[in-house]
Design a protein. Structure first.
Length: 633
């Protein structure tokens, strides 16, 4: 026998006896408990799970899954024991906006807690968490009922995933209720303008909102898709569509359709994806489609199939919004704009006269651009300067109802052209090492946003569009050239201004002749050494370098030494080499003895300038004019 017990009961078998004894009281409890407990506080409308398809991860004997939505709190589902996690799931039949799940256990059971999460799926395969896992207490003092509220979620399959139970080693649920967002009772489509893709005979679109379920709209036959549309007059919050067909004489049928919305009557998007909906006379041929609140003006049914007749058919097209006000605010007025030099557009408007405005929705070219708080009466946009944009603003209240459009304003974009070039560029030198540039402003269709400064063709700085001067720090020795360009909000740059050049005082400045054109008369210049000692003997010139002269010895060497000073003092004639001299000029023809000076000293035997001319092509000689010694034979 198992020893684990539920709080307030005996063992497993003892608990069964208690259950059996309590069965006699269940009919009475079923009548009394709802009156004692009341409806769940946050539940809105009917229980969407009632009578819908149920599936569970496992079941323990007679405690099957279908017990969780039979409307009887005394019956319950219990999973196999000793194994977690376990789950129970409701198929709502179509994607629906829900905001609450209510779980119950038999009212006579003792208190316990179960750890669970709420999950949702649109396809029954991939589930996302709607409410994270948490512990919930089921207490007889509160009718063993647990309401779980959450933000509106659109889903078809709703699952509770249970991972623990302090009362029994299994998952347990007696009622699994699902509720959608509260909807008003005011049919927003009643008396509004209807339109359609087509109709047959007298079955026009206006029959679909005349409050008469016996009259109906029917499209052209055998020509799907077809659509039926209602203009609500202004963008309002909606969260429910109710569709009807005639009951008398009509058989059950399924129509496949999507619910679509638009704020301008042109561009539509799905609010509820396409699905099949069954119209059954047993349920008054009525289909209710719940969804998360959406703000729209035009609501459309796009019908792609009908099992009862090859056409779209609707007798009543009813639209409901969230509970609360369904009257849209008065639109804002006096919308205007200003444009900054950068291209930014600032919108301003006068507030709506309606109370309860929570937001203003700003539209650009018929698309929602942004929403600002109800206390804000301005917004700044930054579209490309070349784009033409039309704006309008709508007021919106807490229920999501939107006003009609304000007046519209249009900013015409400029053509993509650069600014004009700056002019009159000049410079001054306020102090050493500085060059101050000034120029005349450029012009542009939208506005100049900045100026770029170039030194020697390299960009060195940028200043704002309102600045017309710049001071550069540069060494006084450098020669530098400057020009300036303008830019606009489109990112385009103007041609350069005139160029100014500051000539430096010297140093390694800019070579102003580099890559400049050259012209002039052709000339040939010959550069020769200024000293004979640097001459070199070549095959053509036959010149001698001083290093090629052989060293002398004896008397001739001494004579050369005495004459060295005089030789160095002579200026070397740039006219050498001269024509080869005659033999008579090579040496003296007389054999006179050295003459003496008046003082009795011999005169210099060094060659005079007149006799010092060397024959062309020969090295300098130290020979004197003295007679040669006879050659010994």
């Amino acid at each position: 026998m198992r020893t684990s017990t539920r709080p307030g009961t005996e063992t497993k078998h003892g608990a069964l006896r208690v259950r059996t004894a309590a069965l006699a009281l269940l009919p009475l409890l079923a009548v009394l408990l709802p009156a004692l407990q009341g409806a769940p506080a946050a539940a809105a409308g009917s229980n969407l799970a009632l009578g819908k398809a149920v599936s569970v991860s496992s079941a323990n004997g007679q405690f099957v899954g279908t017990n969780i939505n039979d409307g009887n709190q005394g019956t319950y589902w219990e999973s196999v024991n000793g194994t977690f996690p376990q789950w129970a799931q409701i198929d709502l039949g179509s994607t629906t906006s829900i905001t609450q799940v209510v779980l119950k256990l038999p009212a006579s059971w003792g208190a316990r807690t179960q750890t669970l999460s709420v999950q949702g799926s649109t396809d029954g395969t991939t589930f996302a968490t709607i409410v994270a896992s948490a512990t919930y207490s089921f207490d007889p003092s509160s009718g063993n009922t647990v309401p779980i509220n959450f933000g509106a979620a659109s889903t078809r399959y709703v699952r509770v995933n249970i991972t623990a139970n302090t009362g029994w080693n299994a998952a347990q649920v007696s009622e699994f209720e699902v509720y959608g967002a509260a909807a008003s009772t005011n049919n927003l489509a009643l008396g509004k303008t209807m339109s359609t893709s087509s109709f047959t005979q007298t079955y026009t679109a206006s029959n679909a909102n005349d409050s008469n379920q016996s009259t109906y709209w029917e499209s052209a036959n055998n020509a799907f898709p077809q659509w039926l549309q209602v203009d609500l007059g202004a963008s309002v919050a909606v969260n429910q569509v109710v569709l009807k067909l005639p009951v008398a004489g009509w058989a059950a049928r399924t129509e496949t359709l999507a619910v679509q919305g638009s704020t301008d009557g042109t561009s539509f998007s799905d609010i509820v994806a396409s699905a099949g909906y069954t119209f059954d006379p047993a349920s008054n041929s009525t289909v209710t489609i719940n969804f998360s609140a959406a703000t729209t003006r035009y609501l459309r049914l796009n019908i792609t199939a009908n099992t009862g007749w090859p056409a779209g058919q609707i007798s009543e097209f009813e639209v409901y919004g969230p509970a609360g006000s369904t009257t849209p605010p008065v639109p804002p007025t006096n919308l205007a704009y200003t444009q900054a030099s950068s291209g930014a557009i600032t919108l301003t408007w006068t507030a709506s006269t309606s109370s309860g405005v929570t937001n203003y929705d700003v539209y650009a070219n018929n698309a929602l651009l942004t929403s600002v708080p109800g206390t804000a009466l301005t917004y700044t946009d930054n579209p490309p300067t070349t784009e033409t944009v039309t704006y309008f603003v709508r007021a919106r209240d807490a229920s999501g109802n939107q006003s009609a459009n304000s007046n519209s304003v249009t900013r015409t974009g400029n053509t993509a052209t650069p600014p004009t070039a700056p002019t009159n560029l000049t410079y001054t030198q306020p102090q050493s090492g500085q060059v101050t540039l000034t120029w005349t402003a450029s012009s542009d269709a939208v506005g100049v946003t900045g100026y770029n400064i170039y030194r020697n063709s390299t960009k060195i700085a940028s200043v704002s569009g309102t600045t017309l001067t710049y001071t550069d720090s540069v060494a006084n020795s450098l020669t530098v050239s400057y020009y300036v360009t303008a830019t606009n909000a489109a990112g385009l740059e103007s041609p350069p201004s005139n160029t100014v050049t500051r000539t430096g005082s010297g140093g390694s400045g800019t070579n102003l002749a580099l890559n400049k054109p050259i012209d002039g008369t052709p000339n040939t210049y010959i550069y020769v050494p200024t000293s004979p000692s640097t001459w070199a003997r070549t095959p053509t010139s036959r010149r001698w370098s001083s290093s090629s002269i052989r060293p002398r010895s004896g008397r001739r060497a001494r004579r050369r030494s005495r004459c060295s000073a005089a030789s160095k003092a002579r200026r070397v004639s740039p006219r050498w080499p001269r024509p080869r001299p005659t033999p008579s000029t090579r040496r003296p023809t007389a054999t006179a003895s050295p003459s003496r000076s008046p003082a009795g000293r011999p005169t210099s035997s060094c060659p005079s300038p007149a006799t010092a001319e060397r024959p062309a092509g020969r090295p300098p000689s130290s020979r004197s004019s003295a007679p040669r010694r006879p050659t010994r034979t």
